[in-house]
Design a protein around this ligand. Structure first.
Ligand code: ADP
Length: 818
């Protein structure tokens, strides 16, 4: 704008006339120089009245004339200005140009110079002027330089503002990161586009200006533009709407475009403001995909944890993979000794590839560059076009594949296999897909490892189970057949009871197991029990056994004494795990009681005769005259004592099992006759009749005859004792078959006092006496019972009170002598 060129190119009509006038004036001045006199007055008037500044200076710049307009503009008076140099009116940067021009003129240059420059007024103000300088000639000699200048400050300022604003807009337009393009509404031709827009579409300015969007193939959808235009005509403006623009390279960019109808140079134009959203959408899409992938991975992880079956796990990996990385087919290969084999696959059916075909195929890692790459780098590989990929083996089943990704299945650095996905399109996969696949490969590796561990574990468990079950069956056999009762409790709950214990309690195993120990005692344990437990606990925890006695209640309600031996089998103080060994000690208890009774009874029985002896000895001293009488009594008592002591010794010996029989073969009839002979006299004293019924056939038995004699004596003696005077005792010797065995039997029936039903069960126990009227020890029948048992025989009794008793002894019969 500060160059003369621009003024020449765009001369305003005002300027044009001014120039013409200046030129005119100049011509006239030349003429005037030649004929000053004639027209000087007329030109002077013109110079004096024109609004243009007219200055004349010599070649040294000394001002020789200035017109009134010049005086007004510069602020110098006529006289002042006549003493200054033109250079004082010009700013520093104009001086060199001026000096250059002066030099050229000295050298003969007669050109008319037009320039825009500034004039400095007396008070220092700057005025933009348009000046024309012309050489003034007088008689072919340069007489000075005529400068005609017009103040154009106002116009200059207006244009400057306009220019600056235009410049600013232009800068904004071009520097904007928002893409802006202007096109003609009518033709659709582009008028202007900023750098951002050009960058977006990938064309140069030259390629764009003057062309339509359709020519540039910017609209992926051909209907887009007309629709938009008709809508724009109605609305005048279109708010930002998502659209797509195809760049020069064919790439589709996602944009947000708003359109505005504007008027430029009297033409309707479209101002398009386009925001490139491709990156944002790509990021959003990537984020979305990332999320889908994370969710899918999460799902697979959850699925993987729900099974340890390798096949199932791999199936699930492939299943979820499809959600994240779109593909046609996927497979998992395991690598073994340099060979990769497909063990699981998906999607091949639709290409008519059978499971068998796939499973028969194997790839040698060494001869397959991409497998080697995966194996050696442990990184996924993308093959955009398998047909051009070196070493891609076309085998039956994979002919249709065009692009491929393979990712290694690694576990703790060990390569377990490869996961593959395939597409029938070239370049179907991106880096992102490869990353996704690698993540799935990682999941697969965990699954494979877990499944392998599970298989190993299962095998170990099976082996251990077999061992345990053998151990258990051994233990069970021991527990089941042990004579000891045993049960196992966890926190008072019976978890196991062995058959012996069940028998003891009268419950079945199922009835006991799962019940609390309260069932064993028929009630909740009392405070006493808990005290006992607290005392026992420390010992149990130290690993010692505790033994105590308790009363257990059977299912039928009867109680019995047990000795319970407890041992703690738990590892810690909690839970309380105990094994109890149980022994039924009721018999022991009874025996104990019996022993106590025996001692008490024996002492009692011995005391009476000893006291009797004492009395007789006392009397003997006092009544020496009745010596014989007392001696007889002493003899009787001594005899009774001897018998009593013998009996006591017998009982003790039987109990200790130290009685030795001296058996020999005899006929039973013989012994019976002997006893009756001996007892006849005593019976006669009570006028009791003894009758005998002997079987004629001799009954041979193998017995200790002294002991059998003792039994029979005792039985006949009792019969005499417990039968009133004039009673009857019938003795019978006979043979009988009992449970397939032949017995020789002797029965002794009396018609005496008889024995009450409740006493019958006890009369064979030592010291048991049903009838206290008659003197006796209560030992005879118990001894007889023991003797019969030793002979593998038996003694039985039938009796009724007031009617009499029938005692029978049974002895195994020897076969008759031939
Ligand atoms: P003892 O006769 O010395 O009392 P035993 O052991 O011989 O002791 O007999 C035990 C008990 O059996 C007797 O006390 C008596 O009550 C009863 N008893 C034995 N034999 C008869 C019998 N023949 N008739 C009635 N009671 C008998």
């Amino acid at each position: 704008m500060n160059s003369g060129t621009r003024v020449r190119r765009h001369p305003s009509s005002q300027m044009k006339s001014s120039h013409a006038r200046l030129k005119n004036t100049h011509a006239k001045r030349v003429v005037m120089a030649q004929s000053v006199d004639e027209s000087e007055a007329r030109y002077r008037q013109l110079a004096e009245t024109t609004i243009d500044v007219i200055i004349v200076h010599d070649l040294n710049g000394n001002i020789t004339y200035i017109n009134p307009a010049g005086v007004r503009l510069t602020g110098y008076s006529q006289s002042e200005i006549m003493s200054i140099n033109i250079s004082q009116l010009l700013p520093e940067d104009e001086l060199s140009a001026m000096r250059e021009r002066a030099q050229k003129r000295i050298e003969g240059d007669t050109s008319v110079y037009t320039s825009q420059t500034k004039l400095i007024s007396r008070d220092g103000r700057l005025f933009q002027v348009e000046a024309q300088s012309t050489l003034m000639m007088e008689q072919s000699k340069i007489s000075g330089v005529l400068v005609v200048a017009r103040d154009i400050s106002d116009r200059y300022n207006t244009q400057k503002i306009l220019w600056e604003s235009e410049n600013r807009f232009s800068r904004v337009f071009h520097a904007s990161t928002i893409s802006i393009a202007i096109s003609q509404l009518k033709t659709g031709q582009m008028i202007d586009a900023n750098d951002s827009f050009l960058h977006l579409i990938g064309y140069s300015r030259e390629e764009v200006i003057g062309h339509t969007g359709a020519e540039l193939n910017l609209w992926p959808s051909s209907s887009d533009r007309p629709d938009t235009v008709s809508q724009l005509l109605v609305e005048g403006t279109l708010p930002a709407t998502p659209s797509r623009i195809r760049s020069k390279s064919g790439e589709l960019r996602d944009t947000l475009s708003s359109l505005e109808l504007i008027e430029l140079g009297g033409q309707q134009c479209i101002l398009a403001i386009v925001q490139d959203n491709t990156e944002r959408i790509r990021v959003e899409k990537a984020e979305y995909e990332q999320r889908v992938m994370a969710e899918a991975l999460c799902d697979t992880a959850a699925l993987l944890n729900s099974t340890l079956q390798l096949d199932e796990v791999l199936e699930r990996v492939l299943e979820t993979l499809a959600r994240v990385v779109p593909h046609e087919t996927a497979s998992i290969m395991l690598i073994d000794q340099g060979k990769a084999r497909i063990i699981r696959h998906r999607g091949f059916e639709k290409y008519g590839v059978s499971d068998k075909t796939l499973k028969d195929v194997y790839f040698s890692v060494d001869s397959s560059p991409f497998l080697t790459h995966i194996v050696s780098t442990r990184q996924p590989i993308i093959l955009d076009d398998v047909t051009t990929s070196l070493g891609w083996q076309v085998v039956k089943g994979n002919e249709w594949i065009r692009s491929y990704i393979g990712a290694p299945i690694l576990f703790e650095g060990e390569l377990l296999g490869i996961i593959n996905i395939d597409s029938d399109l070239i370049g179907a996969f991106t880096e992102r897909h490869a990353t996704g696949l690698a993540a799935f490969a990682h999941q697969a590796s965990i699954a494979i490892r877990n499944a392998r561990h599970a298989t190993e574990l299962e095998q170990r468990v099976t082996e251990r189970m077999a061992e345990l079950s053998l151990e258990r069956s051994r233990l069970e056999a021991v527990l089941d057949f042990t004579g000891e009762g045993l049960f196992y409790t966890e926190e008072q709950i019976i978890r196991y009871a062995n058959p012996t214990f069940c028998r003891m309690m009268g419950y079945s195993q199922t009835e006991l197991e799962g019940q609390t120990t309260a069932l064993l005692i028929g009630q909740a344990p009392d405070a006493e029990f808990f005290k006992r437990w607290e005392r026992a606990k420390p010992a149990l925890l130290e690993g010692r056994v505790v033994r105590w006695e308790r009363e257990f209640k059977r299912k039928d309600g009867t109680t019995f004494h047990v000795a319970q031996t407890l041992s703690w089998v738990g590892e810690a103080t909690e839970p309380i795990l105990l094994v109890s060994l149980v022994r039924d000690i009721s018999e022991e208890k009874q025996l104990e009681a019996q022993k106590m009774r025996f001692i008490a009874n024996a002492a009692h029985e011995l005391r009476n005769p000893i006291m009797g002896l004492g009395t007789r000895l006392y009397l003997l001293k006092r009544q020496p005259e009745r010596l014989n009488e007392h001696l007889l009594m002493i003899e009787r008592v001594t005899h009774r004592l001897t018998r009593l002591v013998d009996d006591l010794l017998d009982v003790a010996r039987f109990e200790n099992g130290v009685i030795q029989l001296r058996p020999h073969e005899i006929t039973l009839q013989g012994i019976v006759q002997d006893v009756i002979e001996l007892q006849q006299e005593i019976a006669l004293q009570k006028s009791i009749r003894l009758t005998l019924d002997l079987m004629p056939e001799p009954l041979l038995v193998m017995v200790d005859s002294d002991r059998i004699l003792q039994v029979l004596t005792n039985l006949i003696n009792n019969a005499i004792h417990y039968t009133f005077e004039d009673g009857l005792i019938h003795i019978k010797v006979f043979r009988v078959k009992k449970e397939g065995q032949d017995y020789a039997a002797v029965s002794i029936a009396d018609n005496g006092v008889g024995i009450a039903r409740e006493d019958l069960a006890h009369i064979f126990k030592p010291f048991y006496r049903a009838n206290k009227v008659v003197q006796g020890t209560g030992l005879g029948l118990s001894i007889s019972h023991e003797i019969m048992l030793l002979h593998k025989g038996e003694i039985t009794v039938e009796s009724e009170v007031g009617k009499g008793s029938l005692f029978t002894i049974w002895l195994p019969l020897l076969p008759a002598e031939s």
